[in-house]
Write a protein that binds this ligand. Structure first.
Ligand code: NAG
Ligand code: NAG
Ligand code: NAG
Ligand code: NAG
Length: 232
């Protein structure tokens, strides 16, 4: 009786450990998949290449189920008004402006109605794509007994260039990388030469010492030799 009662907590913990691990994994997976970061879009496209116009709108409360619709508007440089160019609702894309027919692809959240990314991809950028883009999220949060609407929007000023230009920070960091690599290698070389010299100097010293010792011993043993032979 007593024994079984004492065993019981141990059995429980043996059973609980996998369950706790499983729960931890599940929580981690949930946190990972729920992690949403609102990264700003790039604003420089290269003519003739593809370009992703980023638009991310995170749910304030990741655990609440939601349904979102994304609309894009575009105002070219020189235009006075925005025009509707793209709609994504119910996992169906729709290009609403003839300037973008066949040139826009969905790059946002896939296989879900609960969109958190509404990015689109311009397949073949032209100079005419220069301008201001608006991305609108219409989100419906679904609670057990009611629904709640929220809107979010992002504005992206797109600049189209002939060739990709690199930011000063990127160039500088690359230069710094090379400087530090070369610096470290030089330091390593100096250190190796220094160590080599020190070791070889120590080796010579030791050699000289051992040679002197050897000579001393041999001369000693030579002296003794005659003595030994005589003794025999
Ligand atoms: C965006 O869409 C384009 C065209 O469909 C595709 O080539 C590209 O891989 C997509 N990028 C992402 C990050 O989904
Ligand atoms: C991209 O557009 C330019 C100009 O409209 C055209 O000459 C070129 O063939 C297009 N490239 C692709 C891959 O569609
Ligand atoms: C850009 O716009 C101008 C003026 O609307 C038009 O003449 C030209 O064909 C357009 N270029 C491209 C590549 O769509
Ligand atoms: C969200 O935007 C839609 C149109 O895009 C509008 O009808 C609605 O009133 C807006 N909702 C809120 C809460 O601003």
């Amino acid at each position: 009786m007593d024994r079984s009662r004492r065993l019981f907590p141990a059995q429980m913990s043996a059973l609980q450990l996998p369950a706790v691990l499983l729960a931890a994994f599940a929580l981690r997976a949930q946190l990972c998949s729920a992690a949403c970061v609102e990264v700003d879009s790039d604003t420089e496209a290269v003519v003739g290449a593809g370009f992703k116009i980023g638009c991310i709108s995170c749910k304030k409360r990741g655990e609440v189920r939601a349904i979102a619709v994304v609309n894009w508007y575009f105002k070219a440089n020189g235009d006075s008004e925005f025009s509707h160019i793209y709609n994504y609702a119910d996992q169906t894309p729709y290009i609403a402006d003839e300037r973008f027919y066949g040139r826009l692809a969905w790059n946002g959240s896939k296989k879900t109605l609960d969109l958190q990314e509404g990015s689109i991809y311009i397949l073949n950028v032209t100079y005419n794509d220069t301008g201001t883009y608006h991305c609108y999220f219409d989100r419906t949060l679904v609670f057990p007994f009611y629904e709640f609407h929220t809107n979010a929007s992002k504005t992206i000023n797109l600049n189209v260039v002939a060739k990709a230009t690199r930011g000063m920070a990127s160039i500088l960091s690359e230069v710094m990388m090379y400087v530090s690599i070369i610096g470290l290698q030089l330091w390593l070389l100096v250190e190796m030469i220094y160590c080599y010299k020190k070791i070889s100097a120590a080796g010579e010293e030791a050699l000289r010492e051992s040679a002197a010792e050897y000579l001393a011993i041999t001369s000693e043993s030579k002296d003794n030799c005659t003595g030994v032979q005589v003794a025999e």
